[in-house]
Design a protein around this ligand. Sequence first.
Ligand code: KG4
Ligand code: ZN
Length: 328
Amino acid sequence: MILGLETSCDETAAAVITVDGDILSNVVASQSELHARFGGVVPEVASRRHLELVSPVVREALDQAGASTGEIEYVGVTRGPGLIGALLVGLAAAKGLAWGAGLPLVPVDHLHGHVASLYLLPASVDPPFLCLIASGGHTLLAGVRERGRFEVLGQTRDDAAGEALDKGARLLGLGFPGGPAIELLAEDGDRESFDLPRGMDRDAGLDFSFSGVKTALLYTTRELGGRELERRRADLAASYQAAVVGQLTDRLERALADGEWEAVALGGGVAANGPLRARAAEICRERGLRLKLVPAELCTDNAAMIASAARFVEPAPYPEYLAWDAAA
Ligand code: KG4
Ligand code: ZN
């Protein structure tokens, strides 16, 4: 069995999986409510909450799996990227745990974790596939030819897709997290009603940029002002969502243009978005490609994906790992 720990943002998570990728427990304590009143994650608040939660969450994950530390082969922990203070809490906890139980420790890259969520049972996917991970912290288009590795094809140059939705929701006076709030309101709106920039600049290649559409939304809300904004809010939400999702699916189409990929996988919190899923399904159907959607509970940050990724990284023995720092 493998124990995984994840504390890179605002989820305190621990999980136990088997080396084959069976999930025995997957405990996630979300701090989302704690940060909601600030309209986003406050790093120092997150670190302190991780400190309170990490031990009980690990204990719960071991209990649910019916495992003792003696049955764990190694511990996998997110080393980065993420909020530095938040990462440090998980890393220190994992070091202590591994040291105490005489286990090797495996440093896991958070993005490798998201990709490795695709290798968990019962719906494991085999490479090669094209992978889009879009969440509050990252927007990554990756080519995966073998487990444990991927090639970065495109990344965001500024905000992450989910971050753009969260900030947009704030401008529209909606709650946090913004993605679901915008999706809900957009159902009552017309996505053609506002012409917001979609970042379709060909020079960007497969990279993403959401600062343009965010600024355009800001100016549009100012121009409309007060009652008119209130009246057009759903239309604006629909247009904004269409611009963000449109850019994601545009890059997906660009990446598929060379015909190399036979399967596409979507993960990360934004992959819960209905219009994104629908458009990705359409793109795959048109090209006769398989589409794999990461299950919802594995889309958002969790530790099962970290334990999964740990299987493809060389474990470090004690005392080598004691010197590790978090990599923000
Ligand atoms: O993967 P995740 O839980 O955490 C990070 O690693 O960031 O992703 C959270 C992000 C938030 O920005 C949230 O607004 C977005 O995913 N999100 C959505 C939806 N559900 C969550 N975005 C669009 N549509 C949704 N239904
Ligand atoms: Zn993440």
